[in-house]
Design a protein around this ligand. Structure first.
Ligand SMILES: [Zn+2]
Length: 63
């Protein structure tokens, strides 16, 4: 997953650059390396697909 300027990422659906504080990450339950960052708006639209879980606080990825 791409980190921009140390504290932002790109929504995998709408390509918006979002601060990690406002982003969520969908993780495959059986493969934690598969991470899809989403902005909050896109999470509301797509929801959490079967087999994924959502991580709402990803600020630990800031560097
Ligand atoms: Zn989005």
């Amino acid at each position: 997953m791409e980190i921009i300027d140390g504290n932002k990422t790109v929504c995998s659906r709408c390509d918006a650059v979002v601060p990690l504080a406002d982003a969520v990450v969908l993780e495959r339950q059986n493969n934690k390396d598969m991470e899809k960052p989403l902005c909050e708006g896109c999470l509301e639209i797509v929801g959490v697909p079967k087999g994924y879980e959502v991580e709402r606080d990803v600020t630990y990825l800031e560097r």
